[in-house]
Design a protein around this ligand. Sequence first.
Ligand code: 5RP
Length: 222
Amino acid sequence: MELKELVGLKAAEYIKDGMTVGLGTGSTAYYFVKEIGRRVKEEGLNITGVTTSVQTKELATELGIPLKSVDDVPYIDITIDGADEISEDFQGVKGGGGALLFEKIVADHSKRIIWIVDESKMVKHLGAFPLPVEVITYGSICLFNRFEAKGYNPTFRKNADGSLYLTDAKNFIIDLHIGEITDPKALAEELIHYTGVVEHGLFLDCVDTVLVGTADGVKVLE
Ligand code: 5RP
């Protein structure tokens, strides 16, 4: 079994009847959502899902998972999501799949957050993976130029056909190729203050548990 599937199935064990569950986005979260769909259908699992992207909403709907908007629940009991990089001190980069904004909103309303990754995502320091920054379309070239002047090596995210990628909220993503991020908190603070930046992919001090898929099985880090 693929490591992503292994952790996706393991994460589903944390979900109990009556919970409101944040459903993450990406190829690892996919296996988790599929398993929740199976349990809803075959075991009568009674949960309410809150999705983090249009992609996950379509999958969850197809699987028959009851859904509510994040605005219609008082809180989310637990959110299971993937990540692109997790440092030794449990800080994360997310947004490789473009869903960082909705993922962060759902994370902010969650009592418990579990990230599910294969071992390739565990790093000493963040920064090898490009850091996504979601920006509104108006003035995005001005922002791009400012990032370039800072030496952040920005690139606009594009679709396979070369057109500019649009997020679910109809914004652009500028990926920053910074290299090792020595002070993620300072960088997060800087990025969020550029006018036109909607959100960035640094998810700091928010995860409670990481399930890591390894060749020897799932490691639980807390
Ligand atoms: C989407 C994300 C994903 O969780 C992240 O990119 C990991 O994806 P995958 O499990 O496919 O490697 O943040 O915005």
